[in-house]
Design a protein around this ligand. Sequence first.
Ligand SMILES: *Cc1c(COP(=O)(O)O)cnc(C)c1O
Length: 357
Amino acid sequence: MIEVNVTQESQLDKVDFNNIPFGKVFSDHMFVADYVDGQWQDMKIMPTSKISFHPSMMALHYGQSIFEGMKATRHVNGQPLLFRPEMHAERLNNSARRMSMPELPKELFLDAVRQLVRIDSNWIPKDKGSALYIRPFMFATDEFIGVRASSKYKFIIITLPVGPYYNKAVKLKVERKYVRAVHGGVGEAKTCGNYAASLLPAQLAKAEGFDQVIWMDAKEFKYVQEVGTMNLFFVFEGKKVVTPATDGAILKGITRSSIIEILKHHDYAVEERKVTIDEIFEAAANGTFVEAFGTGTAALIANIELIQDGDHKIEMTEADWDLSNRMKNYINSLRAGEIEDPYGWVETLNNVSEIAS
Ligand SMILES: *Cc1c(COP(=O)(O)O)cnc(C)c1O
């Protein structure tokens, strides 16, 4: 079903795996499929290359464009591993529905990811914490000027080797002017416009010395939503962890859902609910707040060294990052196959039944 056209000019030899610039080095192959006449067709794996488009391509004008971000890692014995790929397939389709785009059959998504990673498995870096980043995305390709849903789409998967994500702790500013997502909007979809809209506030925050902003609810600026491309967790004394409930305006992170399960499995009381920024600052003032961390496929777990709201600051140091560092190690070890996977999240690629092709 998936036609495979293998490259004659592998670029693998040109990559210095000890020093991979993030986001710029692409592996040899990509997967491409076209949605035409109400059907996904022309599925192929081919050498990664440029594609040309008519300037009226609808995605460029009206923004029907969605994506996923996932990673293939290497088992300590060398085998390629995927992490919860079904959840990524499902989330892509949730995004598609919201953006009035066609869903992709889950089996097609999974076959494409598995075959692509197998073909480029030599591109998965060996060092623990590094990975082959997988970027599936879909966009509108009708050549038409006029606002409506496109009738044609392209779905592509490209992959990129990435070194251990820079694990610098982040400084976060509570954003009091701009908002990311409103109820009824598209905050839960992994769609391009959400990121375009976040760039200006992020730049302004960077100019003030922060790394990213904490998005607040768009109505009252009272409840915490998330950060950049990460969900947020707040740790309190007494093995209590709180994370904002996904209410339609927050991206449903797969790392988020995994961390919630891991914490529960380790006897933490995890609360998914509305979280006010005031309660965090109050807990910090009365000494019951321990730390906060971010979760997402790119960084897995990001330590946080500063949360600042106007003149109010919560500062955290290495000594506070006990739980976040343990979670980081745990999830990295899980993804390297070093520890037992009691959740059934890690898929060993060579054991996946071969796809009829
Ligand atoms: C992708 C993303 C996340 C993290 O999701 P993961 O599935 O854990 O990678 C969080 N917030 C936003 C806005 C995102 O785009």
